[in-house]
Design a protein around this ligand. Structure first.
Ligand code: NAP
Length: 469
């Protein structure tokens, strides 16, 4: 496939042409497309995964798993559309008499917003890219999509886009239903957000990039919704009882695997671990250091991401009170493990910035009374993890309240990397983890971002008869 810069052709205009047709397409039509796209990915699995590995270094096992998840996601949205839940109409029958109890007949429907600009993520070449969750949920909702390919996997994006076009052609659907912008400068993304045909933006990337693009979306002649999934420092709080429930070696192995997975390039990676000083927690930290120092490493997604990681590591290691236990060496890119006392952590806001890479900062509290204040010093996050909160206690309740106040997902067992695609899933939390904490970019509720409610009041019978039941 050739490069398709925005200046020489206009995928957003093509999407606008396809939008009215797709907005009124039937559930079977949408489901058939989503299912065929999943099948197409599966049928080209090996070359696609090999290409993804060549570009991202993320490893064949992880990438096969990500492709499976992407197909599962496309099919889950197909099933959701077929079940008819997406466009279910809410009806309030007319009631005779004066208001407030008397009322006219009301029918509330959800209509697609129109073409969605989608910014692919660097770290999910399948699941948050051309055929990822944003595309699947927008197509399911009845919206065409224009994908801004991520430079970390441009060739893969083009290859998947080529397959998408084949499927659209086979199903005699407009080619503009899925477009691709893959020029090599930020101006292409800027032009896409500013394009008058675009009606919403779904973005997965850094807080800085998200803020810049959100500003552009708001400054348009007609501002549009901007759904940004951004960077996140995800806390993991270890109550002392966690160490009596499970051996510290087991917990350290679990955490080390989660931190080092994919070179730590996960928005859900636990970035800060809060625990109480004790023999068990010191043993846990020593074991974690041993495991992280030995964890397999590979090149990061892009040279820019690697550079940003190393400079964030440098900033962290020179902060007051930070004690470094494991760090990258000049000749070997590696994990960072550091400890800091609770007071020093709370006093320094810079310690609470995202480090995108295999880094974890352990905040050591003198006793359990400091756990809640440390958690409360942290900003909004995608996910907060509480280990050892199985038993009902005032401390467990306070921690649950503090975690609920600042995260979209609160986890009580295991590690936060890995986001299941389910109906109930919530991937999006308070600022700065997301620009719209009331929405999710993973799970079936993701479609709601691209639908707008309209109520028909005292509508004629012919109109009501045409609405979905
Ligand atoms: P990034 O630098 O923000 O890039 C993401 C996309 O935004 C790229 O396509 C980039 O353009 C574009 N962009 C960035 N700044 C821009 C600007 N000022 N104007 C126009 N376009 C701009 O993010 P990244 O380094 O690739 O990815 C790492 C970040 O993503 C981490 O912070 C991570 O936590 C976050 N992330 C979040 C989630 C989530 O679900 N919340 C998931 C995965 C990753 P170009 O293509 O031109 O470079």
């Amino acid at each position: 496939m050739t490069c398709t810069p925005l200046s020489s052709f206009d995928p957003a205009a093509d999407a606008a042409h396809a939008a009215p047709f797709w907005a009124v397409s039937t559930p079977p039509t949408r489901a058939r497309l989503l299912q065929a796209l999943a099948l197409e990915l599966e049928q080209h699995r090996d070359p696609l995964v090999a290409l993804a590995h060549e570009e991202t270094h993320l490893g064949l096992v992880r990438l096969h798993g990500e492709l499976d998840r992407t197909c599962f996601q496309l099919r889950a949205f197909a099933d959701f559309v077929l079940a008819g839940r997406l466009h279910a109409v809410e009806q309030d029958g007319a009631v005779d008499g004066p208001p407030p109890s008397g009322r006219p007949q009301m029918a509330r429907v959800l209509v697609p917003l129109g073409p969605v600009a989608m910014f692919a993520a660097s770290n999910f070449p399948f699941a948050f890219s051309v055929l990822g969750g944003d595309t699947a949920s927008a197509l399911a909702a009845g919206c065409p999509v224009v994908v801004r390919a991520h430079p970390a996997h441009l060739r893969l994006s083009r290859a998947v886009f080529h397959l998408v076009q084949q499927v659209l052609h086979e199903q005699q659907l407009p080619s503009g239903l899925v477009g691709l912008v893959d020029g090599a400068s930020v101006e292409h993304g800027v032009a896409l957000v500013q394009h008058p045909a675009i009606q919403a933006v779904a973005f997965t990337g850094s807080t800085r990039g998200g803020l810049a693009l959100q500003g552009l979306a708001a400054q348009r002649a007609v501002p549009i919704p901007f759904f940004g999934e951004l960077g996140s420092v995800n806390p993991l709080v270890v109550l002392p009882t966690a160490f009596s429930a499970q051996p510290s070696e087991v917990l350290a192995a679990q955490l080390a695997a989660s931190v080092a997975l994919g070179m730590g390039q996960f928005c859900t990676r636990p970035g800060v671990v809060v625990l109480v000083d004790s023999d068990a927690s010191r043993h846990f930290i020593a074991e974690l250091a041993r495991q992280l120092a030995a964890a397999p490493m590979h090149p990061m997604l892009t040279p820019a991401i690697a550079k940003a990681y190393l400079s964030a590591v440098q900033a962290l290691r020179s902060a007051a009170g930070v004690n470094v236990l494991v760090e990258p060496a000049p000749e070997r890119m590696g994990a960072l493990l550091a400890t800091v006392k609770a007071d020093d952590f709370v006093a320094q806001g810079d310690l609470r910035h995202e480090v995108f890479g295999p880094a974890v900062l352990i905040v050591v509290c003198n006793d359990d009374s400091a756990l809640v204040p440390v958690l409360e010093s942290m900003a909004g996050a995608l996910v907060a993890t509480l280990w050892g909160a199985e038993g009902d206690s005032p401390l467990a309740r306070q921690l649950v309240a503090a975690a609920t106040a600042r995260a979209g997902r609160v986890l009580f067992a295991g590690v936060p990397t890995g986001v299941a695609v389910t109906r109930a899933q919530q991937h999006g939390g308070p600022w700065p983890s997301s620009t719209q904490p009331a929405s999710t970019s993973v799970g079936l509720h993701a479609c709601e971002r691209f639908l707008r409610p309209v109520v028909y009041q005292s509508a004629p019978a012919w109109l009501l008869a045409g609405l979905p039941t």
